[in-house]
Design a protein around this ligand. Structure first.
Ligand code: NDP
Length: 274
């Protein structure tokens, strides 16, 4: 299928870490939409991924969209390559990449802090860079960040670094290389590198990613709100469905440049400060 030049083709939406939580809820909403999508639910574990597809297919029998599972562990380059090979084999392009997979550890050990930076930031960046060549000319990259990644929530020293305008990839890599320094003086809500990982993601979405995309492609990072999921804890005030609202809103926006939203941080469908 060659989707680049067909204005009304069935859009292909790829969602990472979608076997549960907000990613799963995004797909549930897309399946209920009147629009027809080619949805690719990815998950690192085939049993959990296939079980999710089975559950969604059983409840959304009237959907206009198609739903497929493919394995994707964002931390595993072999898995990323297998996913790319599979897309290429079917000539599939990606219209929307939703980078949703994420982890959080409270009172994290040093190893868990490193894993958090790896999964929530470094692997997301790497996966996106690998998939950009498959993104359609009017494609979108939607990064699921967090209000905990807003610059008000991170250590003052990291905040000072990330607020410098026109940050480059090299600047961000230098911060990652010294991230332990920023863990130590972390003053946010959790004793974890979660806030730093999402703040790095916000800075990358604002300054670096737009330069890697074509003028006609778009990117966003968003805060879904505190939602009751395994990551958010089950006493959170919002549901995963509530958290899926802004991602689905951005997916369903017309495929044209939205200069007011592009490369911005978005919560409840509105631009908020980084
Ligand atoms: P869940 O724990 O319910 O889901 C996280 C998903 O990420 C799971 O499917 C998990 O897979 C997957 N995942 C983790 N590591 C990898 C990996 N290496 N490769 C592929 N998939 C992976 O959390 P949420 O739904 O709450 O979180 C989704 C996103 O929303 C995250 O980025 C999170 O940071 C963000 N967020 C969530 C908030 C909340 O309150 N819930 C608030 C703000 C942001 P598996 O089942 O195999 O572990």
């Amino acid at each position: 299928m060659e989707s680049q030049t067909q204005p009304n083709h069935q859009r292909t939406i790829v969602i990472t870490g979608a076997n549960k939580g907000i990613g799963f809820a995004i797909i549930e909403k897309l399946l209920a939409s009147a629009n027809s999508y080619n949805i690719i639910l990815t998950a690192r574990d085939p049993h959990r991924g296939e079980a999710a597809v089975k559950k969604l297919s059983a409840t959304q029998t009237q959907s206009a969209s198609t739903l497929t599972y493919h394995r994707l562990d964002v931390n595993d380059d072999k898995s990323i390559q297998e996913f790319i090979d599979w897309l290429n084999k079917d000539g599939l392009k990606i219209d929307v990449l939703v980078n949703n997979a994420g982890i959080m550890h409270a009172k994290a050990s040093l190893e868990q802090r490193k894993q958090t930076i790896q999964t929530n930031y470094l692997s997301l960046v790497h996966l996106t860079e690998r998939l950009i060549p498959l993104l359609t000319d009017d494609g979108k990259v939607i990064n699921i960040s967090s209000i905990l990644g807003s610059f008000a929530m991170i250590s003052p020293s990291l905040k000072m670094e990330l607020e410098k305008p026109n940050l480059t990839e090299e600047d961000l890599q230098r911060l990652v290389d010294n991230i332990e320094k920023y863990h130590q003086d972390f003053t946010g809500a959790f004793d974890s590198s979660y806030c730093a990982s999402k703040a790095l993601l916000n800075a990358w979405t604002q300054w670096v990613l737009p330069k890697k995309l074509k003028e006609t492609q778009q990117c966003y990072c968003l805060a879904p709100g505190w939602c009751a999921t395994d990551l958010g804890g089950h006493s959170a005030p919002l549901t995963a469905h509530d958290g899926a609202d802004t991602p689905v809103y951005l997916i369903e926006l017309p495929f044209k440049k939205h200069a007011d939203l592009n490369a911005k941080f978005i919560e409840k469908r509105q631009v908020i400060p980084f």
